[in-house]
Design a protein around this ligand. Structure first.
Ligand SMILES: [Zn+2]
Length: 163
């Protein structure tokens, strides 16, 4: 019997703005600016959720959580990701592995990397070794390098849940 597998990728970027809390990977990070967005602007959790939706062939986040819908105003992205994971489970899949990258110049995120990793493990209902979280910068190049925003990439492999 072969295991059915599905692959998905996600990309997200949000602007950093004054007067917002900075939430990344579900972790509140002390900083003078935060990510702009209809939700809490958590670019990492959005990229991961989009990758899952892609893998199960369910479109994208904009379709499931449209910013035109007042229901989703100020929603925690951990809630968005939980609901996406519920769709994944309903479709009969579990996490094979996730490889995600945060691209940010400021602030320094490494002190929060472990907490973000732990949140991903919980939210995706999987084991620690199946989740990989990387941090990088653009060497001060471009908009992200000037600190105007934070981006995230995610590649995910799903495996058919064993009956
Ligand atoms: Zn987003």
């Amino acid at each position: 019997m072969s295991t059915k597998m599905r692959i998905g990728q996600g990309y997200d970027v949000h602007q950093l703005a004054e007067g917002r809390r900075l939430i990344l990977g579900g972790v509140e990070i002390p900083y003078e600016r935060g990510l702009e967005g209809h939700s809490d602007g958590d670019a990492l959790l959005h990229a991961v959720a989009d990758a899952i939706l892609g893998a199960i062939g369910a479109g994208d986040l904009g379709r499931h959580f449209p910013s035109s819908d007042e229901r989703w105003r100020g929603i925690a992205s951990s809630e968005i990701l939980s609901q996406t994971v519920a769709l994944m489970v309903e479709a009969g899949f579990v996490i094979g592995n996730l490889d995600a990258t945060i691209i940010a110049e400021q602030p320094r995120l490494s002190p929060y990397q472990e907490a973000m990793h732990a949140n991903l493990v919980d939210l995706l209902r999987t084991a620690s070794e199946r989740i990989n979280l990387k941090l990088t910068s653009t060497d001060r190049l471009g908009a992200i390098g000037r600190g105007q925003g934070i981006a995230s990439l995610a590649v995910i492999l799903l495996e058919e849940a064993s009956a």
